[in-house]
Design a protein around this ligand. Structure first.
Ligand code: URA
Ligand code: URA
Length: 208
């Protein structure tokens, strides 16, 4: 297949397994690189691995990941078939603390390579930390969620982190979960639109 990224991604996973660019390497069990489809049009980017991810080596497999899967499924997106899932940092921060800016910066070249190899058309940024790590915008996920951005010529949508939704389970209108569901429907519609009328994935201008 033309431009099949699998071999290069395997190489990348091997390099990640040996990475010592930050101190998160010291306590990790496994480097958590990705799951899902490396040719998917959708890339989901979370914050970093938790305990279950650290133990299994796959991102978003714990309770938050299961909620993410169910919510994607409810808009017709199969997380392993239709998405490529990864995180801003690839190693578990101790006690699940937020990764530092230094850790995110050290890890960002790996994510950058993943984006270049997978060539997603739409990036879903789960939570304020992913927004900060990728877009460099700090805080205000309540304001930013649901607002389409362009990043390196790709569509990019911040959403609430599924862990936050686990703590806020109401589906009533205007609740975080309800908003996330609207956001995911917008993602599905965007992906359908792009399939119907493909555009160049990356603008030559790079402008928003
Ligand atoms: N939370 C994240 O941000 N990423 C994971 O992989 C798991 C939980
Ligand atoms: N279905 C709903 O009605 N709400 C959600 O948040 C997810 C799926």
């Amino acid at each position: 297949m033309e431009g099949d990224p699998r071999a290069a991604l395997q190489q990348l996973a091997q390099s990640c397994a040996e990475c010592r660019r930050c101190s998160l390497a010291e306590a990790r069990q496994q480097v958590v690189v990705s799951r899902g489809n490396p040719r998917a049009a959708l890339m989901v980017i979370g914050e970093g691995p938790g305990a279950q991810e650290d133990a299994s080596g796959s991102p978003f497999v714990g309770r938050a990941g299961q909620l993410l899967d169910r919510m994607l499924e409810s808009v017709g997106i199969d997380s392993n078939r239709d998405a490529y899932i990864c995180n801003v940092v690839k190693c578990r921060p101790p006690e699940n603390r937020k990764p530092t800016l230094q850790e995110m910066t050290a890890c960002l070249p790996w994510l950058q390579q993943q984006v270049e190899l997978v060539q997603p058309q739409v990036l879903l940024l789960a939570g304020a930390t992913a927004v900060e790590g990728v877009l460099g915008i700090k805080g205000g996920i309540t304001r930013l969620r649901g607002q389409w951005q362009r990043w390196q010529g790709r569509w990019c949508l911040p959403i609430f982190h599924p862990s936050y939704l686990l703590r806020n389970p109401s589906r009533e209108p205007e609740t975080p979960k309800w908003h996330t569901w609207q956001d995911l429907k917008a993602v599905r519609d965007r992906l359908e639109q792009l399939r119907a009328a493909p555009e160049a994935t990356v603008d030559s201008s790079g402008d928003p």
